[in-house]
Design a protein around this ligand. Structure first.
Ligand code: ZN
Ligand code: MN
Length: 170
């Protein structure tokens, strides 16, 4: 018997969310984005739908992020790279050959090989963007550098008030 699922509005919303989605979201990401519109949605619902989509070949689980299970609606063969800083997962559609592999382990029949590539993405190679909206502030009294979204009132190192100045990136 084929697995069945009842297409409730929230389950359809998950399906629609995943359609063409390049972010390789986790169940928690999907839940975080959709639960505002569907207050009765639970993470379990999201997992339930993802498992169904997986079983029916409409979504692939990718094992690249040690922190969370991520899902890809693009089930065509491709590799992934994960940025170690921003944790974005990138598609690599190039057919990367591993020519040495079968000669390295000749006693095995290789069925599938998947590359997990760890990168610093172009944005994260740029120091300014690395902080994703964060700014650097330096204390004019003690010289301590603090990274924060908004200017701290007090220097966390020496306790001086109003002593922090933003360091403008070059
Ligand atoms: Zn990055
Ligand atoms: Mn992908």
């Amino acid at each position: 018997m084929k697995p069945k699922i009842k297409w409730t509005p929230q389950r359809l919303a998950i399906l629609k969310y995943l359609d063409g989605n390049k972010a390789h979201p986790s169940a928690e990401d999907i839940y975080a984005d959709l639960s505002k519109d569907f207050p009765t949605m639970s993470v379990a619902t999201v997992y339930n739908v993802l498992e169904f989509l997986k079983r029916t070949g409409r979504v692939k689980e990718i094992h690249i992020d040690p922190e969370k299970r991520r899902f890809d609606p693009d089930t065509t063969a491709h590799h992934h790279a994960i940025c170690v800083k921003c944790k974005k997962v990138f598609d690599i559609f190039e057919d990367i050959k591993i020519p040495e592999l079968s000669s390295n382990i000749p006693e095995f029949q290789i069925l599938d090989a998947h590359l997990t590539i760890y990168v610093l993405c172009p944005r994260c190679q740029n120091k300014e963007d690395l902080k994703l909206g964060l700014k650097e502030y330096q204390c004019t009294d003690c010289g301590a550098i603090r990274t924060a979204k908004h200017k701290p009132q007090k220097c966390p190192s020496c306790g001086s008030r109003d002593s922090l100045r933003e360091i403008k990136p070059l």
